[in-house]
Ligand binder design. Structure first.
Ligand code: FAD
Length: 501
């Protein structure tokens, strides 16, 4: 293992501006030295081949770069970053490219290179006594889940993009997903990290400890940093006991107020075993069914609001089902629930999940919508939805709001959609105003304008409105400390001046 600072020069390069604008020097001082480190398989310069890495999942951003680098090891990646530091070459770190905020795509002006962790995809070690697994940053989330399961353990991070996103990206976005209520976000699952710093040094913090009070907890700096402080090359992750049974229900509730009241009851009756409580309004079910032929409403009657609930534990399915049934009955008695169904087979459970999973795609096909990924204290979720609906309906009569998401951790995806038959371009021109109406309510209720997707480019202009000067200054100082030349994912998360420009 390389020792920090012994192989790669940490010295700042003599270049005062990026060499990308000088093709001959870029080729001789950046491209060729990098090719010598990573080999032919590790570089892409052909535009068609790199195109899928330039565009965002939602097509909202498209970038352009002269070079994509795919190192195969931490040492290679460190050496590549050292060349970038020396030649003042800005870097966009990229994992599975499933991020939703424009943070993993380069800008469109050919001013950066992409370093992708795609080829760093090895499971390094699994330690069952310590309940940890150590993996390269480019391992796909689903592979980690499957490896844990094959060893009788659970890696509980779970999200719609799990077949494509990589653990380095998950950690860099502090991803949440559908089981964060019980297991926390990615941050709660990281025991240690290995990181290449912006000058190319390698920090090996793969400690795997539950207790470590020897100074600042530096790994926390890189979790949720969106690649702006360094490139994560490996992680030691916590594993949990694998539940032996689960039960899934689709419940109808009169309103978000009753949904929250039932959640409070369910937590006290079911304790730790609740893994998922997703809230959906009726419109979500309608668009999911309209645009996906395989989705059915499991209940014969229409209601206004629904909960998708999953519990999991050791023991037998039947006893879990009974526990879910008793909290359902208590909810009906308390007028928090009005109807519901508990899945009696894995197929039925999967059919219920398809409603939730089909909601974002159904909405996309339904018309132009604004996406808000906000969080408020759970006790304020109902107030948030009601105030946001009424403020937007007053300003934009006919708009259709879609509120759904992770009620269990106060994270609501709130996506107002253009009025039926309305003009898409006009509706899209209202974006800044809609964002401000929604986010001002979130801020007033003590919430965050990005619960799990991050800031990236999507929210970079808005963040200073919702953070104090003290907080913005601390963030800038942290960035300057790690990356004084602003070479790591510039223009994402935080606006900075390049020191050398
Ligand atoms: P990328 O998109 O490649 O990168 C994301 C950010 O991390 C960028 O800033 C990038 O520069 C940085 N980065 C990537 N790898 C590294 C590294 N090794 N070191 C340093 N920085 C790095 N997100 C949720 O939180 N919850 C959800 O429920 C959820 N559901 C989704 C469903 C769908 C269908 C889709 C498409 C996305 C969803 N997302 C969700 C968003 C996305 O999947 C997550 O943000 C995910 O964690 C991104 O991982 P990635 O590997 O694709 O990272």
């Amino acid at each position: 293992m390389t020792t920090a600072g012994t192989i790669f020069s940490a010295a700042k390069g003599d270049a005062t501006r990026s060499l990308i604008s000088d093709p001959a020097r870029f080729e001789s001082e950046v491209l060729e030295p990098i090719r010598a480190i990573v080999g032919e398989r590790g570089v892409i310069t052909d535009r068609d081949t790199m195109q899928p890495l330039m565009v965002a999942w939602r097509d909202s951003w498209e970038g352009r770069v002269p070079l994509v680098v795919m190192p195969a090891t931490t040492e290679e990646l460190g050496a590549v970053v050292a060349i970038c530091a020396k030649t003042n070459t800005p870097i966009v770190p990229q994992g599975g490219n499933t991020g939703l905020t424009g943070a993993s795509q380069p800008h469109g002006d050919n001013s950066e290179i992409v370093i992708s962790t795609q080829r760093m995809n090895k499971i390094r070690e699994i330690d069952l006594d310590n309940d940890t697994i150590t993996v390269d940053a480019g391992v796909v989330l689903q592979v980690i889940q499957e490896t844990a399961k094959a060893n009788g353990r659970l890696f509980p991070l779970s999200l719609g993009a799990e077949g494509s996103c990589q653990i380095g990206g998950n950690i860099s976005t502090n991803a949440g997903g559908v089981q964060a209520l019980r297991y926390g976000t990615a941050r709660a699952l990281v025991a240690g990290l290995e990181v290449v710093l912006p000058d190319g040094q390698i920090w090996n913090g793969l400690r795997g400890l539950r207790k470590d009070n020897a100074g600042y907890d530096l790994k926390q700096m890189f979790i949720g940093a969106e690649g702006t402080l360094g490139i994560i090359t490996a992680a030691t992750l916590k594993l949990l006991p694998l539940p032996t049974a689960s039960a899934t229900a689709f419940l109808a509730t009169p309103s978000p107020v009753t949904a929250v009241a039932w959640l409070r009851r369910a937590k006290s009756m079911l304790g730790e075993c609740i893994t998922t409580v997703e809230l959906m309004e009726r419109r979500c079910i309608d668009v999911a069914m309209k645009h996906n032929s395989g989705i059915r409403d499991p209940l014969p009657t229409r209601y206004d609001w629904y909960l998708l609930v999953e519990i999991a534990d050791q023991g037998k399915h039947d006893s879990l089902e009974e526990r879910l049934l008793s909290v359902f009955e208590a909810g009906v008695e308390g007028e928090e629930l009005i109807d519901g169904v508990i899945a009696s087979s894995a197929e039925q459970a999967a059919a219920i999940w398809r409603i939730r999973e089909g909601t974002p795609e159904g909405q996309r096909l339904e018309g132009a919508s604004y996406k808000h990924d906000v969080s408020v204290p759970i006790s304020k979720v109902a107030q948030f939805i009601s105030e946001a609906n009424s403020a937007l309906e007053t300003r934009f009569p006919g708009l259709r709001s879609f509120a759904f998401g992770h009620l269990g951790d106060g994270n609501i995806h709130y996506n107002p959609l253009q009025a039926e038959g309305g003009d898409k371009a006009t509706w899209q021109s209202y974006l800044p105003e809609v964002n401000q109406i929604v986010h001002d309510i979130v801020a007033r209720l003590g919430g965050s304008i990005t619960a799990e997707h991050g800031i990236g480019r999507l929210r970079i202009e808005e963040v200073p409105r919702y953070k104090s000067d003290v907080e913005m200054t601390m963030m800038r100082k942290l960035k300057q400390c790690f990356d004084p030349d602003n070479l790591m994912n510039p223009g994402k998360l935080l606006k900075m001046e390049r020191a050398s420009e």
